[in-house]
Structures are given as structure tokens and as C-alpha cells.
Design a binder for this molecule. Structure first.
Ligand code: AMP
Ligand code: MG
Length: 350
């Protein structure tokens, strides 16, 4: 299949181009498009066969549900059963934006989307090209991240081309994505709202809006054997570059010392270490290939750069990646969740 890449610089002026993508969605095809979080791989959420093409293009396990993207609130009311007051409040405050809300699904939503669950995650993305695409398609759009399953999520059209060229008919190129990590997933079906995946709408922001919000224990530790999985995505290796990743946590000077020692040890063995540092520490490393994931005082900056850096290490061909830890608060929690998962939860606590 030939993949067309169409640059979208001004969605308002480019209705014709976006209409072509919308027609593909309407005819049951899969299209990659930019959102403010990462690039999505979309299909008509009401068409089980079209949704099946997403799983095929990504090589995604069929028991991992998809998030449904909408461009107006009235569609949400059709996709779910009752919407609790707190969910309405959050939608009002954070949509369009990087927040996915899980509620009981209506009959309209095919099981192919929810992987057989009786709940569905819905969000309204903030990227103008995404909103225009959904609006012109006239249907809700199921979309996971537009990477091959297990790879770091794409934050530029180039990343999507790397993974999806030849597999899908069209990629809309809207430049680099702003947030850089996937949406916050909030389960509102239980007695208290629970964050299943941290993202751009932080736990602190949610708590300020609706009071108590829990964080699922699997955000920072792996699913244990025999443990009931709240979100199927938690089971899978994710965001992983080719080289094994080690995440180092603890007092910063000790992190730097540990990573320097470990990189030197790897070099002695004839291996290339990749060091994922921060702006503040980059110059303190001597061995290996060193990249900064951003300003550690500004975790949103790191979220924006993280996945691109993991892909760069793939291209540079390192044998092992040593990643610094940042504070697990605000956007830092999403950053640490993604690195921990890229590391398969191989974490060194100092
Ligand atoms: P992705 O589409 O790659 O951004 O991943 C979507 C994430 O949301 C996965 O971790 C899913 O397991 C999770 N998710 C989507 N829908 C549901 C749902 N109904 N219940 C629990 N988790 C969900
Ligand atoms: Mg994904």
C-alpha cells in the first residue's frame, strides 16, 4: 500500500485535504493524524471492521482497548451510559485536551473498540487538525498511538512514517506534537476516580477540580502475577527502544555517580551506553552517548522530548540505556511512568 503524507499547516484553510482523510475514515480505512499528545492512528469507531485494521497495522494485541476521539460533547452522550456530575465537570474544564474519561459504554460502541470490556474511554483532542478531521468524518474516531505496538509513541510525522509507511493509506503531518506523552486515562466507573495512566492533565490538576483522585498502583510498579488488571494496556511492554533501559531514582548526585560508573563498566565490556540525562546534568557525564530529555525543573518540557530521545537512541545504536529519574509529581509522574515502562520496570533505587 502506498502511504500519502499530507502537510497540514492551517486546518481552517485546508478543509479540502482534511476532507480526503475524512473520506478515507468514512470508507472504513485507517488514517494517522496529529493530536496535541502524540500522533493517532484513527478509524471509524462505530465500524468493527475498520477498527480491526488499526490492530492489524499496529500489531496491537486485540485485548488492549482503544480510546474514542470526539469533536463535540453530544457524541459523548451517545457513546456512554449515564455521565456523572464530576465527569461533566472535568470535560467542561479539560476538553478539548489530554484527558480520557472511562465510563460504562452504550450499545453503540462495538466490542472491537473496547476489547470486550463494558466500558469505553473517550476524549476530545485539542489539536485543530484532529478536531477538524473528526468533525468532517461525522463519526467518532477510535485511535491509539500511531506506532508499531511496543515502540515509543510518535511525536512527529517522521516517527509515524518510520513505523507505518506502506501499512496505511494516509498520514496527516501537523508537525511536532505539543504535550509529547499520551493522554491521562481516568477511570470514573468505580467509587472514586482513579488515574490508570498519568498524562498532560496532571493528578494535581484533577484533584484541584474534583477533590480526591487515586493513582493506580500499577502506574509505577509492574502488574503482579495473578493480579486483576484494571487497564489491559498495563500488562504490555510499552514505549520500548531496542536497547534495554534502566531507570535510576534517588538523590541526584548519587544518580549521576551511579550512571557514570555503570557507563564506564559497559564501555570496558566493549558496549555503548546511552545516557538519558537532563539539561542540568548533561555535562557531568564522561562516557557513552549522552542526550538530554530536557529541563528537570520543567517536567512538561521533558514530556515533550522523551519519546523522540528514545527513538534517537535506536538510531544511534546503543547497547543499553541509563535514564535519570525526575520527581514523580505534575507532568513528572507521566514522564516517570513512561520511562519505567520503557524499562520494563527495571528500576534502581539509590
Ligand atoms: P493508546 O491507545 O496506545 O494510547 O492506549 C490506550 C490506553 O488506554 C491503554 O493503556 C488501554 O488499556 C487504556 N484504555 C482504553 N480504554 C480503556 C477502558 N475501557 N478501560 C481501561 N483502560 C482503557
Ligand atoms: Mg500507545
Amino acid at each position: 500500500m502506498k502511504t500519502r503524507v499530507i502537510t497540514i499547516s492551517d486546518p481552517e484553510q485546508q478543509e479540502k485535504e482534511i476532507m480526503e482523510a475524512a473520506q478515507l475514515l468514512r470508507s472504513g480505512q485507517v488514517v494517522a493524524f496529529p493530536t496535541e499528545t502524540v500522533y493517532g492512528l484513527g478509524a471509524n469507531a462505530l465500524d468493527a471492521e475498520a477498527v480491526g485494521r488499526i490492530f492489524k497495522a499496529k500489531g496491537r494485541p486485540s485485548d488492549n482497548p482503544l480510546i474514542v476521539h470526539i469533536s463535540d460533547i453530544s457524541t459523548w452522550h451517545k457513546l456512554v451510559e449515564a455521565i456523572p456530575k464530576k465527569a461533566l465537570l472535568l470535560a467542561d474544564k479539560f476538553w478539548p485536551g489530554p484527558l480520557t474519561i472511562i465510563l460504562k459504554k452504550s450499545k453503540l460502541v462495538p466490542e472491537a473498540v473496547t476489547a470486550g470490556l463494558d466500558t469505553v474511554g473517550v476524549r476530545m483532542p485539542a489539536h485543530p487538525a484532529a478536531l477538524k478531521l473528526i468533525e468532517l468524518s461525522g463519526v467518532p474516531v477510535a485511535a491509539p498511538s500511531a506506532n508499531i505496538s511496543g515502540r515509543p509513541s510518535p511525536t512527529s510525522a517522521q516517527h509515524v512514517i518510520e513505523d507505518m509507511n506502506g501499512r496505511i493509506p494516509m498520514i496527516l503531518d501537523g508537525g511536532k506534537t505539543e504535550v509529547g506523552v499520551e493522554s491521562t486515562v481516568l477511570d470514573m466507573t468505580g467509587s472514586a476516580p482513579m488515574v490508570l495512566r498519568p498524562g498532560g492533565v496532571t493528578v494535581e490538576m484533577l484533584q484541584a477540580a474534583i477533590g480526591q483522585v487515586r493513582i493506580h498502583p500499577n502506574v509505577m510498579r509492574p502488574v503482579q502475577k495473578d493480579e486483576k488488571v484494571r487497564s489491559p494496556g498495563m500488562k504490555y511492554v510499552h514505549y520500548a527502544p531496542k536497547a534495554p533501559v534502566t531507570l535510576v531514582r534517588g538523590e541526584l548526585n548519587r544518580q549521576v555517580e551511579f550512571i557514570n560508573k555503570e557507563a564506564a563498566r559497559l564501555e570496558k565490556e566493549g558496549k555503548r551506553a546511552g545516557i538519558l540525562a537532563t539539561d542540568q546534568t548533561l555535562s557531568r557525564y564522561q562516557a557513552g552517548i549522552r542526550l538530554s530529555m530536557g529541563d528537570r525543573e520543567n517536567p512538561a518540557d521533558i514530556a515533550g522530548k522523551l519519546f523522540a530521545r528514545l527513538r534517537e537512541f535506536d538510531e544511534l545504536g546503543v547497547d543499553a540505556i541509563l535514564a535519570e529519574g525526575v520527581e514523580e509529581k505534575e507532568e513528572g509522574l507521566a514522564v516517570m511512568n513512561r520511562i519505567a515502562r520503557a524499562a520494563g520496570f527495571h528500576i534502581i533505587d539509590l
